[in-house]
Design a protein around this ligand. Structure first.
Ligand SMILES: [Zn+2]
Ligand SMILES: [Zn+2]
Length: 499
């Protein structure tokens, strides 16, 4: 018998947390953050507190109340200190979007995570380039620890100091998966199947325990650069003759896709015809979208200018079929004192000196640890380069980097918006601000440059027919009723309920 419980992703896009319980063993498929439900109670300035462990999230049903699943340090801090064995044997991660991995931080440190190598690299980049908050994804640092310290002087009463992450950090147990290679979680034999989605490393899972066979699609599409992967997955899933299929249904109500290929073609034409700077905003972890723009500007001899986080990710993916960091230029923003590329003055022992005349080490003091490597990259540009030769570049600029426009002072620039449309109030407000900035600088906006990470309705239904399970659970969708057409074809459609 296999019991499947849904703790997220029901009637909403994302937040997937699916518990699969067999005879003896159990695991989760994804452990994501539900942006909409969390947004109902929390915001940027009203955050869950670490001091209350996971309970701030449990309070609103954002995390399921399950024993033996969460971090012991948080539970003990609350006096819930009855040690228990882990109640789950692992978490299978379909891909590195936060609505699938965002709550991993709260999982105890002896439950292993299973993921593809690309997913590992993306999460590592997220962790290392400083995403604030609850981000113990690959590494785990015990909280609420006081450590003995050497007494500095006899009179000092404090003998302990609060440990920081550096003192208690250790690696979590992580299993890197090879596509289509069997691995075991107790009674379950499982394999991962790569699929095309809007970031590298996405996969589906094929699970069997002798009694039942289950396929979980994760998120998938056919219109990106890896259609062949999704097609292979469907073929293998059909051979697997699953009893149960859990599929995403984000765009079940749509019947058309914009493709990556169409975006590349349009961007190429724009790049050839436009004579000024082209600014582009796309999701940074979508390396296939990066590749689309990279290819698009080659005929017009423009260089792609990326931010330091994108450079970090390209470096991590070196040798995996994406452009190398030498093939792009890295944009160096001015930080803290703003010493790069400017004429700012610095006071040395009472005497003011221009930043162009001071040693490099003082300038590097403006940047954080990991970022320094990319600041000193020989292929770097700053706002002055973009000002002087705007027609030579396509400039990656996210909304939160718009401050750069004040330095660049673009003339005759255009802006390609290559992101999803706003789907909640906060995004609407950001969208309004984005328009204000662009209007202020007289920058023309070009839309229609986004390809979704998800298959459309007819594709999803055909996928289900091709795999031909006995039973299907549609998840990660608000339009669960659209799957009912399959009932006439002998497939049982079960609308999942939130546990
Ligand atoms: Zn998702
Ligand atoms: Zn996704």
């Amino acid at each position: 018998m296999v019991q499947i419980d849904f703790h997220g992703g029901v009637d909403e896009i994302g937040g997937n947390k699916i518990h699969v319980q067999g005879f003896r063993n159990s695991f989760f498929l994804d452990f994501g953050k539900s942006f909409n439900s969390e947004g109902d109670y929390f915001s940027e300035f009203l955050q869950p507190r670490k001091l209350n462990g996971i309970m701030d999230l449990v309070e609103f049903g954002l995390l399921p109340q399950i024993k033996g699943l969460y971090r012991e340090d948080y539970l003990r801090h609350l006096g819930l200190n009855h040690y228990q064995k882990p109640s789950s044997d692992g978490i299978l991660i379909s891909h590195a979007h936060l609505d699938h991995v965002g709550y991993l931080h709260h999982i105890r440190d002896d439950i292993p995570f299973y993921m593809s190598e690309e997913t590992y690299l993306i999460i590592k980049a997220l962790e290392e380039t400083g995403m604030a908050g609850f981000n113990n994804y690959l590494n785990y640092a015990d909280d609420f620890q006081l450590l003995a310290k050497a007494r500095l002087n006899k009179n000092s009463k404090t003998t302990h100091k609060r440990a920081n992450a550096k003192d208690t950090k250790k690696s979590r147990p992580i299993e890197i998966l090879e596509p289509y290679k069997d691995f075991e979680i107790g009674e379950f034999i499982i394999k991962s199947a790569p699929v095309d989605h809007s970031l590298p490393g996405s996969c589906a899972f094929l699970v069997d325990n002798g009694e039942e066979s289950l396929v979980y699609t994760g998120n998938f599409r056919f219109h990106g650069k890896r259609e062949y992967e999704t097609k292979k997955f469907i073929k293998e899933a059909n051979k697997f003759t699953p009893t149960t299929l859990i599929t995403e249904g984000t765009r079940i109500d749509r019947d058309h896709n914009t493709t990556e290929e169409e975006i590349e073609k349009k961007a190429r034409e724009l790049s050839l015809s436009h004579k000024g700077l082209i600014i582009v905003n796309y999701p940074i972890r979508d390396l296939d979208r990066f590749l689309t723009f990279y290819e698009a500007v080659r005929d017009s001899d423009r260089t792609m200018v990326v931010n330091t986080k994108q450079a970090f990710l390209l470096n991590a993916f070196s040798g995996r079929g994406y452009p190398e960091i030498d093939d792009v230029a890295v944009y160096v923003p001015r930080r803290t004192w703003g010493l790069m590329g400017g004429e700012s003055q610095v006071c040395f022992d009472g005497e003011w000196v221009c930043s162009s005349e001071i040693d490099r080490e003082y300038i590097l003091g403006d940047y954080k640890g990991w970022e320094k490597d990319y600041i000193t990259w020989e292929n770097n540009v700053n706002y002055l380069d973009l000002q002087e030769r705007p027609e030579d570049y396509m400039f990656q600029c996210d909304y939160f980097e718009f401050k750069e426009l004040i330095d660049i002072k673009p003339e005759n620039a255009i802006y390609i918006k290559s992101k999803t449309e706003p789907f909640n109030d906060e995004m609407e407000i950001d969208g309004r601000r984005e328009r204000n900035w662009l209007n202020h600088f007289g920058i023309e906006v070009h839309t229609g440059y986004h390809a979704s990470g998800h298959a459309c309705g007819p594709e999803i239904l055909d996928m289900i027919r091709d795999i031909s399970p006995e039973k299907v659970y549609p998840l990660h969708t608000r339009e669960v009723g659209a799957f009912d057409v399959l009932k006439k074809e002998g497939i049982e459609v079960v609308h999942p309920e939130l546990k």
